[in-house]
Write a new protein. Structure first.
Length: 593
């Protein structure tokens, strides 16, 4: 492909279609203009291309570049008209909704779940032979949920056949019609034991649109997710998108396959981790769902907390976290009944934005809990393979990691990226930094950032065309760096010293003792660096081992350098007055309100 100079990208969301213009300038690729318009997938328009054209028209007006000739996108670019490529992502119509099935819940069913989530799907339910449901309940569940697509796995190659065939029989008995398109059969992907292929085909051939691909777990020790993920993307375009109003037309315009929005966000997170050899966590908190993406040691995982959000699902956050957990973050006296009322108001008026400081403080308190719960759910799925027999030595018995087998290690985290209205549109960037630190509790040295204008989906699909160009735009125009959080991990008595520090800032050296329960913040601009030396006390660890000194160069941002001596996990003072004083002190140190 020739070098791309001008790119237009759209993201068709469930309510808004967002378009951005990316151009190659003297200093590299930059995002130069953006426009948005309401998504038009429902009545009266029932044609997604209307919203796309409206958003592109706004970009035309703002940039002065002619992009459309009637309803045709002008390609390639020449002078001040046209673009070299048009690309798009979509989550309109509720995104890609899937069910997955496997033989053993903690093994092949979990692999199937990881596969579907990584491809950008919302997993509605996980079926397994040992999930405790009777056959008729499984069949009822499939009928009731009406997924867009079903992924069946199970059995290592040469392993069980009967259990896999049994799952296929449940799908055939359910005889589900997909959500979009009458007269179409439900797309089913079979990615299980190859010895069971013929029998599965015999069962499902007439009832579904069956695609057979490589086994997700050919052997217990190995996961092989990418062939099935590729099939999910292809079927998403062919079956799900092609049936949604106007998508056939949109697909003829794009220069690269349309991707599900979360799949595209996963692409850009992986690209950044690869390009800079980083461990990254990205979180996108929306009105109905919260997505968490992570790359640790090259292993990519994504989870969707489909019931944790800031508007439609806000009541679920309250019921899952519990009133006390939310109330502990609220920096003023408040009755439990008042908190319930505020939450219900937000649920019935999901598009309202806080008008008063107290409303904002309550919303940000709930956001902390939604983010914390979403990370907990992510940690449960982002684990090493279960069912693998490993040889363990005596030292492994004392090594937390060998037994926990979780891939998410907050001490190894290099970059934490937040996205979604409550983070990206927080009135002060320090508020976004405080929410990320309080909810995720990173320890060691972690850089914090937010997606400034929800540009990650566009850049994810752009990364499939030109990864380095997408990474350039991501770092320069998409990310707003909030600063660096440095947190010793450990527990200690409130007020005792957990570490001594010296930080060499552009304005001079600052030094002192960081006490347990204390937060300190030092201003440092995004383009500035500071040398930091930390000497933790015995039992405290800042990433170089317990009690070992750390010398590191920290980068600045809108919230500067945050020294967090509150310990891990965070502990709150007992008694309402003491807790309020504590939260107030933290807020003042961060300068949030």
């Amino acid at each position: 492909m020739d070098e791309l100079k001008v790119v237009i990208a759209t993201d068709c969301g469930s309510t808004t279609t967002k378009a951005i213009l990316i151009e190659k300038l003297e200093d590299g690729y930059r995002q130069t203009c953006r426009g948005e318009a309401p998504t038009t997938v429902e009545a009266p328009y029932e044609d997604v291309t209307r919203g796309v054209l409206n958003a592109i028209q706004e970009v035309e007006e703002l940039s002065g570049r002619r992009i459309l000739d009637g309803e045709r996108i002008i390609t390639p670019a020449s002078g001040n008209s046209g673009v070299d490529i048009f690309i798009s992502t979509s989550s309109a119509g509720g995104g890609l909704q899937m069910m997955v099935g496997g033989v053993v819940q903690s093994m092949t069913a979990q692999s199937a779940q990881r596969c579907a989530l990584g491809a950008g799907a919302i997993v509605m339910d996980v079926l397994a032979t040992n999930d405790g449901r009777l056959p008729y309940q499984k069949i009822e569940r499939i009928r009731q949920l009406r997924p867009d697509m079903l992924l069946l796995s199970g059995g290592t190659d040469g392993g069980t056949v009967s259990h896999v065939v049994e799952l296929a029989e449940f799908v055939a008995a359910a005889d589900v019609k997909p959500r979009f398109g009458t007269g179409f059969q439900l797309p089913v992907i079979y990615a299980g034991n190859r010895d069971a292929r013929e029998e599965v085909e015999a069962v499902l051939h007439s009832k579904t649109s069956l695609t057979v691909t490589e086994n997700l777990r050919p052997v217990l020790e190995q996961e092989n997710l990418s062939p099935a993920r590729q099939v999910i993307h292809d079927l998403f375009l062919e079956h799900v998108m092609a049936q949604a109003p106007g998508y056939r037309q949109l697909m003829t315009w794009t220069g690269a396959p349309i991707m599900p929005t979360p799949g595209a966000v996963g692409q850009i997170i992986q690209a950044i981790a690869r390009q800079h050899d980083l461990n990254v966590i990205g979180v996108d908190i929306g009105g109905a769902t919260t997505d968490v993406f992570s790359v640790f040691g090259g292993a990519f995982n994504r989870t969707v907390s489909a019931n944790l959000g800031m508007s439609y699902s806000i009541s679920n956050v309250l019921s899952q976290a519990g009133l006390e957990q939310v109330m502990r973050w609220v920096p003023f006296r408040m009755d439990e009944s008042e908190l319930r009322d505020r939450v219900k108001n937000k649920m019935i008026r999901p598009t309202t934005v806080p008008q008063l400081k107290q409303e904002l403080q309550v919303e940000q308190a709930i956001a902390r809990e939604a983010l914390r719960l979403a990370l907990d759910q992510h940690k449960e799925l982002a684990v090493e393979l279960t069912g693998v027999q490993t040889e363990r030595t005596m030292s492994d018995v004392f090594d937390q990691k060998a037994s926990g087998a979780g891939l998410v290690d907050m001490q190894e985290l290099d970059l934490l990226v937040g996205s979604g209205g409550v983070l990206s549109h927080a009135p002060r960037r320090a508020q976004a930094a405080a929410m990320l630190v309080d909810a995720f509790q990173p320890d060691g040295v972690t850089r914090l950032a937010v997606d400034s204008i929800f540009m990650m989906p566009h850049l994810g699909v752009f990364a499939t065309v030109d990864e380095s160009a997408a990474s350039q735009v991501f770092e320069r125009d998409c990310l707003v760096y909030l600063g660096t959080c440095v947190a010793p991990a450990g527990m200690g008595k409130e007020g005792s010293v957990c570490a001594e520090f010296e930080i060499f800032l552009p304005g001079g050296m600052q030094s002192g003792a960081l006490r347990v329960g204390e937060l300190r913040r030092y201003a440092l601009a995004a383009d500035e660096e500071a040398a930091l030396t930390l000497r933790p006390r015995r039992g405290w660890n800042v990433g170089s081992g317990k009690g070992n000194e750390l010398q590191v160069t920290v980068r600045g941002g809108e919230a500067g350098v945050i020294l967090d001596g509150r310990g891990r996990p965070l502990s709150f003072a007992s008694g309402a007055d003491a807790r309020l004083a504590q939260v107030d002190a933290w807020n003042k140190a961060m300068g949030v309100y």
